[in-house]
Design a protein around this ligand. Structure first.
Ligand code: PLP
Length: 422
């Protein structure tokens, strides 16, 4: 099936259950077992089915199946937020004494999580240059458990050298985890390029209206073979799990990466997604491809306008031929489209702040991927704790403005920017 069809139909048989056209919301904590043996079979994985909503839920299950197909993966698991998706993907393979290698261009929350918070769990992060992966291989050692990067990074709006990263990871038997939130499954499928695990903050383009927080993790087919081939590095998957009566994951005929997250991390830490949020995300997903196309087309128009405005010093949008990521957008993303994030620089810090205040259609918000257009001045808000030097390192100048282009008519957005810049 093609993506437009998957996003609307996959994972739900309307003739089963209540026969509702809309996916039903299973707003329940627990499930009645047929009898004691049924319950025992479910806990023993002899039969698959719902036990408790912290672990599985029928509405969430449909979203998981739909997303797995949309990303070309074998399975997916929903969690409470994009942040918990990143944490679970890493905690599924790394523990005290291990290290991970992370991109130098990441979402702020990912930076604090992966450099500060997981350090307290004894996991160290090393940083590689994702634009060309030139220093990646030298950072890998026996305790390296994952390479983490964003396909299209937020807020730097740069595209990683995905092919080079995957080639190095495969040569060394190290797991790759790609955050595909900004590029979206509509424009790019990391698994098709050899990535092992994809994570998303579904709070952004998947939802599309800023009405729910969610996260999802998708794994490619064949992870059991990968863990067996690299069993020294990923021994958790080939040795008996004491906490699950000696279960050996690679012997279970279910996609291994998500299975271990469900049976260990969701069971014990429990950042599970609410069924209502799964339902809201299913509504958003139905129009994902359509929306991302419009976000991308409008963004290109706005970016071209900004480039033509003499008050604008520089424009960062991978759909522009002048952009450092332009060739990568053409190579990796559907029709070279580049999603809805633009940043641009004006004269100085004060000019940037004044433009934010003058914009009328754009809301001053730190979210992205909403149907409503959003504007933010990173230096005085999201990145205000950073020194000037750190700002430059994070790719944020004091005069940088970031836009998330919504679904309004781009003529109105350009008119609003025109008056704000004048
Ligand atoms: C927003 C975002 C996250 C965090 O997701 P939440 O759902 O807000 O927890 C992670 N990665 C990227 C690229 C994001 O934009």
């Amino acid at each position: 099936m093609q993506k437009d069809t998957i996003a609307i139909h996959a994972g739900y048989d309307k003739k089963e259950g209540w026969g509702t056209m809309s996916v039903p919301i299973a707003q329940t904590t627990a499930y009645a077992f047929r009898d004691a043996e049924h319950a025992a079979n479910l806990f023993g994985l002899k039969e698959l089915g719902s036990i408790y909503t912290r672990l599985t839920n029928p509405t969430t299950d449909i979203l998981e199946q739909r997303y797995a197909q949309l990303e070309g993966g074998a399975a997916a698991i929903c969690v409470a937020s994009g942040q918990s998706a990143i944490f679970y993907a890493i905690a599924n393979v790394a523990e005290a004494g291990d290290n991970i290698i992370i991109s130098d261009k990441l979402y702020g929350g990912a930076i604090t999580l992966l450099t500060h918070t997981i350090k307290r769990f004894g996991i160290k992060a090393k940083v590689f240059k994702s634009a060309d992966a030139s220093n990646l291989e030298e950072l890998i050692d026996d305790n390296t458990k994952a390479i983490f990067f964003e396909s299209l990074s937020n807020p730097q709006i740069a595209i990683a050298d995905i092919e080079a990263i995957v080639a190095i990871a495969k040569r060394n038997g190290v797991l790759t985890v790609c955050d595909n939130t900004v590029a979206t499954a509509a424009l790019f499928n990391p698994i098709a390029w050899g990535v092992d695990v994809v994570v998303h903050s579904t709070s952004k383009y998947t939802n599309g209206q800023g009405t729910a927080i969610g996260g999802i993790i998708v794994e490619r087919d064949g992870m059991a073979e990968f863990f067996k081939e690299n069993s020294k590095r990923y021994y958790h998957f080939v040795e008996p799990d004491e906490s699950y009566h000696g279960l050996v994951y690679t012997e279970v005929p279910l996609p291994n990466f998500c299975l271990r997250i469900r049976l260990n991390l969701l069971r014990d830490i429990g950042a599970s997604q609410s069924p209502l949020n799964s339902w809201l995300l299913l509504q958003g997903l139905e129009t994902l491809t359509l929306r991302v196309e419009k976000h991308s087309n409008s963004s290109l128009e706005v970016a071209k306008y900004l480039e033509s405005n003499p008050k604008v010093k520089s424009v960062n949008y991978p759909g522009l031929e002048s952009n450092a990521s332009y060739a990568k957008a053409q190579k990796y993303f559907k029709d070279g489209k580049a999603s809805g994030l633009i940043s641009f620089d004006v004269e100085d810090y004060d000019t940037a702040k004044a433009i934010i205040d003058k914009a009328k259609l754009f809301s001053v918000v730190v979210n992205i991927g909403d149907s409503k257009s959003l504007i933010v001045h990173p230096a005085s808000t999201t990145h205000s704790q950073l020194s000037e030097e750190e700002l430059i390192k994070a790719g944020v100048n004091p005069s940088t403005i970031r836009l998330s282009i919504g679904l309004e008519d781009p003529k109105d957005l350009i008119e609003d920017l025109e008056q704000a810049l004048s």
